[in-house]
Design a protein around this ligand. Structure first.
Ligand SMILES: Cc1cc2nc3c(=O)[nH]c(=O)nc-3n(C[C@H](O)[C@H](O)[C@H](O)COP(=O)(O)OP(=O)(O)OC[C@H]3O[C@@H](n4cnc5c(N)ncnc54)[C@H](O)[C@@H]3O)c2cc1C
Length: 382
């Protein structure tokens, strides 16, 4: 057991930190206010190998692991959760190609993602199917030379800017098992019958693209199927076992960034003739935050390391994600508290971090869903 990052991982961390400081910091507030991100940022990140670090080298990726991906995302989220989210989301769902795709799909869809030339997303959630993914009703009905897709999805990352999405759809509605009714398809967004509307008014992560999507008689070739027909639910669960591990890193980054902002503030602010940092109450708050962050990071790295060793563990991954999300919510709450009233205004970065945190307990599985998974593993059969 080794709790130290190796030299290469430390170098990656340093490079990601420098990129975040140089490219994200100064534009973050405006991107949040204007609900936008500069497309050239994605290109730059791609050129430096920061997008989907787990994409194998033969498909244009950095050929690293989920641990390295998590290290990079922590650095991005530390500086700005909104742009960090956008930089993560561009390859969101590409795991489906890597795990289950054909050689043709891998060659066609992975290289443009790694270089930042294209963005993608994973469309799972529907207006009437959120946590209960297997009730998704967007249909992919088989026709002579492929499938025809109808239905709608909501809250989908990169719906309006993605070149393609992977879509979880009902292909076998009559199968007795609810877990064998769905399949996963790649949908190119310039296909007739695809429509997306950007959703405005998100509480946080406002720089990132989130959309509602409509499929009306959208025709898909047979080759659009990823993996095995009817096994989409299992393929989706394997995706979550990976994505939740690096979404945990989002929480670690947000919490670390919020604590860093709080430390800077308390070292400068004087009340009662003393720096706020000199109150023991402040020191205790910082001690609690630092300890929680260290624990969250350790569990996140454990989940990612297991994945990289081919020992995917849904329990550990769910623990890491649930814990990091709670850590982020609680740490940013105290970080804002230490800013006093100033933290309530949007010229202070901590305000943006505070608004961003809650989503971590909602997406990639609401915290209750993670508790269900952990509970099942720990309790076993009864
Ligand atoms: C900013 C943002 C980005 C997103 N990006 C994407 C994306 O790219 N792709 C995508 O497919 N989706 C995306 N989502 C959707 C997200 O995954 C869903 O919001 C999430 O899965 C929860 O579904 P829901 O919102 O329908 O809540 P519901 O399923 O309606 O649940 C509401 C609440 O009920 C409780 N609950 C539900 N089921 C149970 C249960 N079995 N036991 C106990 N409590 C339960 C939980 O507290 C839960 O929070 C995004 C959401 C947001 C906010």
């Amino acid at each position: 057991m080794d709790f130290e990052l190796n030299k290469e991982q430390k170098d990656i961390q340093k490079a990601a930190r420098e990129f975040a400081q140089g490219e994200l910091k100064d534009i973050a507030r405006d991107c949040d206010l204007n609900e936008t991100f500069p497309p050239e940022l994605i290109r730059k990140a791609g050129e430096l190998g920061f997008l989907g670090a787990f994409i194998p080298e033969q498909y244009g990726g950095a050929g690293l692991g989920f641990l390295e991906h998590a290290i990079i995302l922590e650095e991005f989220w530390k500086v700005d959760p909104g742009l960090g989210q956008q930089l993560c989301s561009t390859t969101f769902g590409s795991e489906e190609f890597i795990l289950f795709g054909t050689e043709e799909q891998k060659q066609k869809y992975l290289p443009p993602l790694a270089s930042g030339e294209a963005m993608m997303g994973f469309a799972i959630t529907e207006p009437d199917a959120g946590s209960d993914t297997s009730s998704a009703s967007t249909s992919a009905q088989e026709i002579e030379h492929g499938y025809i897709m109808n239905g709608s999805k909501t809250m989908i990352g990169n719906g309006t800017v993605g070149r393609y999405l992977v879509v979880f759809a009902l292909s076998d509605p009559d199968n007795e098992s609810r877990a064998q009714r769905h399949s996963i398809f790649v949908v190119e967004t310039d296909t007739p019958g695809y429509e997306a509307t950007r959703l405005h008014g998100k509480m946080g992560l406002r720089a990132s693209d989130t959309a509602s999507i409509f499929f009306s008689g959208l025709k898909l070739p047979k080759e659009a199927l990823i993996g095995t027909r009817g096994k989409g639910f299992y393929q989706l669960m394997q995706f979550f076992d990976r994505s939740r591990a690096y979404v945990a890193a989002h929480g670690v980054g947000l919490a670390q960034g919020a604590m860093d902002l709080a430390i800077k503030h308390v070292k400068g602010r004087v009340q009662f003739g003393r720096k706020i940092a000199s109150f023991q109450a402040t020191q205790f708050k910082i001690a609690e935050m630092a300890t929680r962050i260290e624990l969250a990071r350790t569990l996140t790295h454990k989940a990612c390391s297991l994945l990289d060793k081919g020992k995917s563990d849904s329990k550990v991954t769910s623990m890491a994600k649930m814990n990091a999300a709670r850590t982020a919510v609680e740490v940013v709450d105290e970080a804002l508290q230490l800013h006093g009233g100033y933290g309530y205004f949007n010229d202070q970065d901590v305000e943006r971090f505070y608004r961003a945190a809650k989503v971590l307990e909602l997406y990639e599985g609401a915290k209750e869903i993670e508790k269900i998974i952990i509970g099942r593993h720990v309790l076993g059969r009864y």
